[in-house]
Design a protein around this ligand. Structure first.
Ligand SMILES: [Cu+2]
Length: 196
């Protein structure tokens, strides 16, 4: 038959060991099915874990944290507004290449030091300027020893997005904030001053 190719007549086929084809096919099919089922279980488990992790990962102040800072969204009015940018200090797209090779990509909050007044609602808007990098905003508890391992709040800053909330600090003092994705370099501080 023109165009038909039968491997049994191919000279190289004769050198290959003869295996019982039907057994091989059944075994291979079973192996593939098992592998696929196992993969499905792994993927499902990973997805469930990922969903739980992302739900647990980002959070607003809980009741205890709200005694230190309250955070509200939407149409809340604020007399003061502050914009904080995510600054690409050294990234793969623009270099410098030796810096990237030595440190990896480096980011910073800009400004990384801001001052607010206690009990004065202040809108803080975080701009993620990067199209391909996720950042986050973790506001640390100055009394961290009482709440080990947990920040006051943790926000996701999606690529090319503005994340805006009105913050009212009820305690004076110095609050650290950081991006958990880019440590140890991407940090800042909020100084809460006495009321005006
Ligand atoms: Cu970051």
């Amino acid at each position: 038959m023109p165009g038909h190719f039968d491997s049994s007549f191919h000279p190289r086929s004769s050198r290959q060991p003869r295996l019982p084809r039907s057994h091989l096919t059944a075994a291979a099919t079973a192996a593939i099915c098992c592998a696929a089922a196992a993969l499905l279980v792994i993927v499902s488990a990973a997805h469930a874990a990922d969903t739980m992790a992302s739900a647990a990962r980002y959070y607003m102040p809980d009741a205890a944290a709200a005694k230190i800072v309250t955070v509200v969204n939407g149409g809340a009015t604020a007399a003061v507004g502050i914009v904080v940018l995510t600054d690409a200090v050294a990234v793969k797209e623009t270099g410098p290449k030796p810096t990237i090779e030595h440190f990896g990509e480096v980011y910073a909050f800009s400004p990384n030091f801001i001052a607010v007044h206690r009990d004065e609602p202040t809108r803080i808007t975080l701009w993620n300027l990067q199209p391909d990098d996720e950042h986050d905003f973790m506001l640390e508890d100055p009394t961290l020893k009482k709440r080990p391992g947990r920040a006051l709040m943790h926000l996701r800053l999606a690529p090319l997005s503005k994340t805006s909330y009105v913050y009212t600090f009820h305690r004076e003092g110095l609050f650290d904030f950081r991006c958990a994705v880019h440590q140890p370099e991407m940090n800042g501080q909020i100084l809460v001053l006495p009321p005006r």
